[in-house]
Design a protein around this ligand. Structure first.
Ligand code: MN
Length: 249
């Protein structure tokens, strides 16, 4: 099996090294990762400026491709042919913070796996709450277990796994996406010429730990494994919209 590794924290992130070391026994690995931190860069496709790929290395000196683009650009370039050999799976991470609920739309970690699925390759995103000093061993061993399962069984097209692993693990739970509660605040400052500029500030987000959700699993020391699909259609709203349109005729 040939696995493409990437992340959104940049090629020198310890989480990427931990992922590489855990997956090394499972197949051939190729790393294409951003040259800088692209956390919360979302699902980006860089189309209006050139992308560069340079020879680089992970923290342990092992080879990696350094990409000037976002995580989704890394995956796109690799799968479009920069990596000539067939890639069987894309794994992204390990992010040092959880990606839960609506985070998945902001997360460079998750959108790298989404880009893989768009290109027809199975994808998995792995995150943990690494702490200080950062610890990735638990999440890395879970990643290896899940990669083995994907290798044996495959993933259906249009779907990916969003994996979030706590530090103490009671087991694995298949979960649904929960609800993040963001506590963002607009912070206005003045530059030296008196012009205002803005930060998205505020407190760290929380989340609703409804049973069966990703938040619930982590609150109970389970690894949260959420299957995600790219079809965002709100099916429940379709009949209602049909009724609106019929009534408007
Ligand atoms: Mn990140």
């Amino acid at each position: 099996m040939h696995i493409l590794l990437t992340n959104d924290d940049g090629v020198t992130a310890p989480g990427l090294l931990a992922l590489k070391q855990a997956l090394e026994p499972l197949g051939r690995l190729t790393v294409v990762a951003p040259s800088r931190n692209y956390s919360a860069a979302g699902h980006r496709k860089t189309m209006h400026k050139p992308l560069r790929l340079d020879v680089g290395q992970l923290l342990d000196g092992s080879p990696a491709w350094l990409c000037s683009g976002a995580p989704s650009d890394c995956v796109a370039l690799a799968l479009l042919g920069f990596i000539p050999d067939k890639i069987d799976l894309v794994v992204s991470g390990i992010n040092p913070h959880y990606n839960l609920g609506q985070d998945v739309t902001y997360s460079g970690t998750v959108t790298a796996a989404i880009e893989a699925v768009i290109a027809g390759v199975p994808g998995m995103a792995v995150s943990t709450e690494a702490g200080d000093p950062p610890r990735y061993e638990a999440a890395a061993s879970i990643a290896a277990r899940l990669v083995t399962m994907i290798a044996e069984r495959g993933l259906p097209p249009d779907s990916l796994l969003n994996v979030n692993a706590p530090q103490t693990i009671k087991g694995l739970r298949v979960t649904r996406q929960g609800l993040r509660v963001y506590r963002d605040q607009l912070v206005e400052r003045r530059d030296p010429r008196g012009k205002p500029y803005y930060w998205i500030g505020g407190e760290m987000p929380t989340g609703r730990a409804d049973e069966g959700t990703d938040f619930w699993a982590l609150e109970h020391d389970y690894v949260s494994v959420t299957p995600l699909q790219l079809d965002l259609t709100a099916y429940r709203l379709m009949p209602e919209l049909e009724a609106w349109i019929a009534a408007d005729l």
